[in-house]
Design a protein around this ligand. Structure first.
Ligand SMILES: Nc1ncnc2c1ncn2[C@@H]1O[C@H](COP(=O)(O)OP(=O)(O)OP(=O)(O)O)[C@@H](O)[C@H]1O
Ligand SMILES: [Mg+2]
Length: 441
């Protein structure tokens, strides 16, 4: 009998470092707690709540520390006791995560039960040695013809998906996740609406792709630190599978909401605001995440697609600018195409993949160039054709219009009708070959 109590006693730390809550400033709790360090997890004993509030040290001052809670701080009062745990936040990783939807720490939220086994990974990592990277030489298939043919993504490439709100970023990302060619798909849904997470997961489940997918979700109403942690957890999970030799596709929706969470965090810990209120740490954290993706010598590649909200179609938004500078290409969706129900609303002339020439055959590069010329020709003559203005060469206008119809038919794609990269590129080759034949007749 007494053994039970002795064992329980062993689990209690002899002397817990502790302090008291001084005040709260917005989301942040100011407290005294000696020898705590940045990133350490503390527990706040709230007077009017049976549950302790878990919080993380985000800044240390002379005599006080700033704590950012993981949940709402109702019940915390002046003088509430703060205990330091001596632990840092970790992410749960493991093969069991496949097919699961987890929270910002890798805990399942999909009512399929707890994870039976897992390893704990640190959330933050040192930068990767650039010499461990490998050249990108092969393409991956996203199943979306406009991307696979015009903006081909390489294995280990980091791409951005830029668009205004409601233009189709999430829908396109979900469509890509319907039929991925990579071994594992890690999806980070950051700051989304709860309904969208459910729809995203449901759509993937219907295609049978869930068994090689892990979804990490932190919705808009969760505290900023949770939204930020979810990104690092997603990254840790992607790295875990990459270290097992698996090629990973990392899909991230959206970087802008991650930046907003970082901004909230930065402002509440006293960082100075810069352009649009974004704090300096935003512009160091985003590149740090993007740089953890790529093609590596000793492990599987992490190819990545980051969605970026371009507010008010302002393509010079500071977050968009910061992301674009370090990515290896961008897919641009335009409202103009979406308004014409041209889905996916990808503007293939404005989009670019910096590795396009390295990973495609010379014949395909030529085919794409001639299709792009045909699109420009159509755009230059569109008004003439729409107005039915006489004066142009009717035969030439008809040929431009016919070519455009073929291109449009190629670019339009239902989210459920996926086509492999090879099938898409072959189809494009057939289209351009038919133009050469008609020109030589
Ligand atoms: N490929 C598509 N096919 C048909 N409809 C689409 C497609 N893409 C987007 N839509 C329409 O546009 C709406 C908004 O799309 P979506 O939620 O993907 O945009 P978003 O860019 O992610 O928006 P937000 O900026 O709010 O996150 C969808 O609900 C749908 O009606
Ligand atoms: Mg969206």
């Amino acid at each position: 009998m007494i053994k039970k109590y002795l064992t329980a006693l062993d689990t209690i730390p002899v002397c817990k470092r502790h302090g008291k809550v001084l005040q709260n400033k917005g989301m942040v709790i100011e407290a005294t707690c000696p020898d705590t360090y940045i990133g350490e997890i503390c527990e706040v004993h709230a007077k009017f709540s049976s549950q302790n509030i878990v919080a993380e040290v985000v800044a240390v001052n002379k005599n006080k520390v700033l704590l950012m809670p993981y949940q709402r701080i109702k019940g915390v009062s002046q003088g509430s006791i703060v205990y330091a745990t001596g632990k840092m936040a970790v992410a749960k990783v493991g093969d069991n995560l496949l097919g699961r939807v987890v929270d910002a720490f890798g805990n399942p939220i999909d009512s399929k039960g707890e994870l039976c086994s897992y390893t704990e990974y640190p959330l933050y990592k040192e930068p990767i040695n650039p010499l461990t990277r490998k050249a990108i030489t092969e393409p991956i298939s996203t199943g979306i013809r406009a991307i696979d043919s015009f903006i081909t993504i390489g294995r280990g490439q980091r791409m951005g998906l830029f668009a205004g709100s409601g233009v189709g970023k999430s829908t396109l990302l979900a469509a890509i996740c319907h039929n991925i060619s990579e071994d594992v798909n890690v999806i980070a849904l950051i700051g989304e609406r709860g309904r969208e997470v459910e729809e995203f997961v449901q759509a993937i489940a219907e295609t049978g792709m869930m068994e090689k997918t892990v979804v990490i979700s932190a919705t808009a109403e969760q505290p900023p630190l949770i939204r930020v942690h979810a990104v690092y957890t997603a990254m840790a999970i992607a790295e875990y599978f990459s270290e097992q030799g698996k090629n990973v596709l990392f899909t991230f929706d959206s970087v802008t909401r991650f930046a907003m969470a970082l901004r909230e965090l930065g402002l509440s810990t006293g960082e100075p605001p810069t352009v649009k209120g974004y704090t300096p740490s935003v512009f160091s954290e985003i590149p740090a995440i993007i740089e953890r993706c790529g093609s590596f010598r000793q492990r599987g590649a992490i190819s990545a697609i980051f969605s970026v909200l371009v507010e008010g179609e302002d393509f010079n938004d500071p977050v968009a600018d910061c992301v674009r500078a370090i990515l290896d290409g961008h897919v641009v969706l335009t409202r103009e195409l979406a308004e014409r129900a041209h889905y996916p609303a990808i503007d293939v002339l404005k989009s670019t993949s910096r590795l396009f020439r390295q990973i495609n055959s010379a014949a395909h590069i030529q085919n794409v160039a001639s299709v792009k010329r045909a699109i420009v020709q159509y755009q230059e003559n569109r008004e003439l054709m729409e107005l039915g203005v006489a004066g142009g060469d009717p035969g030439r206008l008809l040929s431009i219009s016919n070519r455009w119809l073929q291109i449009e038919d190629f670019l339009l794609q239902d989210t459920r009708s996926i086509e492999s990269l090879v099938a898409g590129q072959t189809r494009l080759a057939t289209i351009t070959a038919s133009w050469q034949e008609s020109a030589s007749v």
